[in-house]
Design a protein around this ligand. Structure first.
Ligand code: ZN
Length: 237
């Protein structure tokens, strides 16, 4: 069995599970780090690129590393402090990570569908909670329920997204018990460990969702833009 993410201490886990590149032309997301090389040909759109963008925002990579540093934080010797403070922090950061990723995905899909920025703000405001965004807003934008979206991605991935989804719900349930009732008892080391180890599947899932629901629209827009530019640049006979 390979090394688990939760066992890694010397290297920020964001460098391992957060490094997704976005092609500047077709906007496909993958982990092809050669995209950073000038002239690298994208395997999807075949356009020779001049670099790429990192897909996930800074807030995502920060949350990943905060989870890791909290998990491995040293407690003062002979401390009377509750050891669970490390585990509670990890679970809180993980639950924030899932919300940030969902919001980012929603914004990317809505922008790919050419919704104006004020409309996107209104959609997010009208669906203020994570569950409203997952069960109402997302189906409205993609035409699919969350369970169907998970099934689509599970069919093509080696990762178990259904197990990931079960873990996300369990972590959120225990986070809520802590947030609303101060109950720490349900947050333990195995739950925190699973949060770190499932972060890879979470990042993969949202990259795959982007490639299925936003990338085709963005790629079509890029092709149209290229045709228009070529026609405009063509010398007049
Ligand atoms: Zn491309």
């Amino acid at each position: 069995m390979g090394v688990q993410l939760s066992e890694i201490e010397g290297q920020p886990i964001s460098t391992l599970v957060g490094a997704y590149m976005e092609c500047k032309s077709c906007r496909i997301i993958d982990r092809d780090t050669d995209r950073m090389t000038h002239g690298h040909v994208c395997s999807t759109c075949k356009v020779s690129g001049d670099g790429c963008r990192l897909f996930y925002p800074w807030s995502v990579t920060t949350l990943l590393d905060m989870m890791q540093s909290s998990f491995h934080a040293e407690l003062p010797p002979n401390s009377w402090q509750d050891h669970q403070q490390r585990e509670v922090s990890v679970v809180l950061f993980f639950c924030t990570l899932r919300e940030v990723l969902l919001n980012y995905f929603i914004e990317r899909v809505a922008r790919a569908q050419r919704h104006p920025a004020p409309d996107i703000d209104r959609m997010l405001k009208d669906n203020a909670t994570y569950m409203q965004r997952l069960t109402k807003l997302l189906p409205m934008l993609t035409g699919k329920k969350w369970a169907e979206m998970l099934a689509d991605e599970s069919a093509e991935a080696s990762l178990d997204y259904l197990a990931l989804d079960r873990h996300v719900h369990l972590a959120a349930k225990r986070r809520n018990a802590f947030m609303h009732e101060g109950s720490q008892g349900l947050i333990d080391r195995p739950l925190a460990e699973a949060c770190i180890n499932q972060s890879h599947a979470l990042m993969e899932l949202y990259a795959a969702l982007h490639n299925r629901h936003a990338h085709p629209l963005l790629w079509a827009q890029d092709k149209t833009l290229r045709r228009t530019t070529l026609a405009k640049d063509r010398p007049v006979d």
